[in-house]
Design a binder for this molecule. Structure first.
Ligand code: UT7
Length: 332
């Protein structure tokens, strides 16, 4: 329904996803590093992850997710008037993936940019896009969360290679009835934790040289235990503050759609909010941690599994490198 009055909500009109066909199972990883299915499953909940094949590019799965979301929304392609790709793994530093996809898909010229808040990117992107609508800059932004972390993983490092996968999820936003859609947000960053998840080499501050190309500093390095502690604390704080901004409490929460990093982090959050696991969306077993793709892909899973019903209050929440965090409350 097209809303024309001054009092309106901003919400999600369509959802889509795109993942590479290529799958890497725990058993495949057992052949690469000293790990095993039992350890990975019990410590993380992950069974497999989708990864780009040689020659495939991140923008390809962004395009697939975008086409699915636009089709699902019923918004004509020529009415999309902003493209925000949330990612830290673009095809190349320039042009942005947003421009690549806008051009390739034939979306009319519009605001198009990439946004990097690592795993929190998609939640940040939703918040920025709502701002664009409310300031009158656009009506139907396309927001995509995508990461292809496999391109920055050392498949000899068991601390990281078992965790990450590649994937993209997309949504089309627009005006909805007042009282529906986004009800409250809370996001932030604490850069004092910048070293906890980091790729040290390969950016403009430390361009790749013959020496660094051999070094494993061009891959993701993570202090898992510290990030785990940060995650369990910040999920509660971010969701509670976003609920407060929405004038709601944890008692009002029907569905939790969290960043898919680790099933233990997700179930700790569910316990904290008193939500049974059947109202928590999980697909970490299928995709692993797809960084900015994660919450967006989980939204698609939530809808496919019939976990989000009209009128329900959902919390999206993410955390990641930066360290960043973000939560958004939606009335579906
Ligand atoms: O989106 C980005 C956000 N990142 C995250 O959310 C990650 C948050 N952290 C985590 O999810 C967990 O900390 C991990 C899954 C990364 C690690 O789980 P943990 O329970 O914290 O394990 P640990 O690091 O304390 O390691 C326990 C043991 C160690 O052996 P010792 O020292 O006890 O002998 C590790 O060497 O497990 C060993 N280990 C492994 N064993 C088999 C570490 N990685 C592996 C592995 N396979 N892949």
């Amino acid at each position: 329904m097209e809303i024309v009055s001054d009092n309106y909500g901003v919400g999600i009109l369509g959802i889509g996803s795109g993942v590479p066909k290529n799958v890497l199972t725990n058993e495949d990883l057992e052949k690469l590093v000293d790990t095993n299915d039992e350890w990975i499953t019990s410590r993380t909940g992950i069974k497999k992850r989708h990864v780009l094949a040689e020659g495939e590019k991140p923008s390809m799965i962004v395009e697939e997710a975008s086409r699915n979301a636009i089709e699902d929304s019923g918004v004509p392609l020529d009415k999309i008037d902003a493209v925000i790709v949330c990612t830290f793994t673009p095809d190349s530093p320039i042009p942005s993936v947003a421009c690549l996809v806008q051009g390739r898909m034939g979306i009319p010229p519009c605001i198009a940019f990439d946004l990097n808040a690592a795993c929190s990117g998609f939640v940040y992107g939703l918040q920025v896009a709502e701002g664009l609508i409310r300031t009158g800059m656009c009506e139907h932004p396309l927001v995509i969360g995508m990461d292809c972390v496999s391109r920055f993983i050392n498949y000899k490092d068991r601390d990281t290679c078992v965790l990450f996968g590649d994937g993209a999820g997309a949504v089309v936003l627009g005006k909805v009835e007042e009282g529906r859609g986004f009800l409250g947000h809370h996001s932030g960053a604490d850069g004092t934790g910048a070293d906890l998840i980091i790729i040290r080499e390969g950016g403009a501050g430390s361009p790749l040289t013959k020496d660094t190309v051999e070094s494993d500093e061009r891959f993701v390095k993570m202090n898992g235990r510290e990030v785990f502690k940060f995650a369990t604390r910040v999920i509660s704080e971010a969701v509670e503050k976003a609920l407060e901004n929405a004038k709601l409490t944890t008692d009002d929460l029907d569905v939790l759609i969290p960043h898919q990093a680790n099933i233990r982090i997700i179930s700790a959050a569910a316990d904290r909010f008193g939500i049974p696991m059947d109202r928590v969306v999980t697909n970490v077993h299928e995709y692993g941690n797809t960084s900015a793709g994660s919450v967006a892909l989980a939204l698609d899973t939530a809808r496919a599994e019939g976990k989000i019903k009209e009128g329900q209050i959902c919390a999206l929440v993410a955390f990641g490198a930066g360290l960043t965090y973000g939560a958004t409350i939606i009335r579906w």
